[in-house]
Design a protein around this ligand. Structure first.
Ligand code: SF4
Length: 256
């Protein structure tokens, strides 16, 4: 008889999750997508544009991992239902050298509504029911723009579906509104401005404004006093010289 192996520990389970997270496509993806674009921190976007090696490559956001499993479950739940198209890969070249890529969670064809799923805990759910965060709104508007300009879907409405990680079916909240193409245009314009600034290389990083989005930022190194080109100490209210980056709606700057 074979002798029993070691009893699984918390590390065993953690290793399973970390291994799975590292293998999934979104963890490997370095291209800019709507979720990156929705970050309020322009420096974080700039690290990504400049392809700076993350200093926290192994950090796994458990909440995001659980959210990914919810996405997978929702895809299965809608499979075979002609009203729904799920996990649609979108790609849009917005300027020379910049292609936006992303995956639209769900499209409800009868109502021309593009939806983005967000899993959240109880306090976030209560808060977001009252006021949806700007970055979520921007993200879904950018998906709408990508879908329309790439001729994937007609988009009349966009929406955010809040699915509780530890609640009941009654807690699911759907926030739907008309697609705001001006907000999407502003986000695209911000990216094109940052892309132009990126031509200066990593020396530009200290001048790029920051915003609080540090918790899972791959370039966050608490207390870092060295070169910003290598790591960021995190958002502070002082200490940067902001570079002008347009975030307000303006005329359309993208083309199919
Ligand atoms: S650590 Fe914070 S401030 Fe620095 S780039 Fe990341 S999100 Fe921005």
């Amino acid at each position: 008889m074979t002798a029993p192996g070691p009893i699984p520990t918390a590390d065993t389970i953690r290793d399973l999750i970390v291994g799975h997270d590292r293998a999934r496509p979104r963890s490997k993806q370095r291209a800019i997508g709507p979720s990156n674009l929705s970050s309020p921190c322009s420096r974080k976007l700039m690290y990504q544009l400049l392809d700076v090696d993350p200093v926290r490559p192994n950090s796994v956001n458990l909440a995001a991992w659980v959210g990914t499993q919810i996405h997978a479950g929702m895809e299965k739940a809608a499979k075979g239902n002609d009203d729904w198209k799920t996990e649609t890969r979108l790609s849009l070249k917005i300027a020379p050298g910049i292609t936006l890529v992303g995956t639209a969670d769900a499209y409800h064809a009868p109502s021309y509504t593009l939806l983005d799923y967000k899993s959240c805990g109880p306090s976030a759910l209560a808060k977001y029911r009252r006021q949806m965060p700007d970055n979520y709104e921007t993200q879904v508007d950018v998906y709408g723009l990508m879908a329309v300009l790439s001729a994937a879907f007609r988009v009349d409405n966009v929406g955010i579906v809040l699915i509780p990680r530890n609640g009941s079916l009654d807690d699911i909240h759907v926030h739907v509104r008309p697609w705001n193409d001006a907000r999407a245009d502003a986000a695209i314009k911000r990216l094109t401005h940052l892309h132009a600034a990126a031509a200066a290389g990593t020396s530009v990083l200290p001048m790029i404004p920051t915003a609080p989005d540090c918790m899972f930022c791959p370039w966050h190194m608490l207390g870092h006093l060295g070169d910003i080109a290598e790591a960021c100490p995190g958002h502070q209210d002082h200490g940067t010289t902001p570079m002008e980056v347009t975030t307000q709606p303006n005329e359309r700057t993208t083309s199919p």
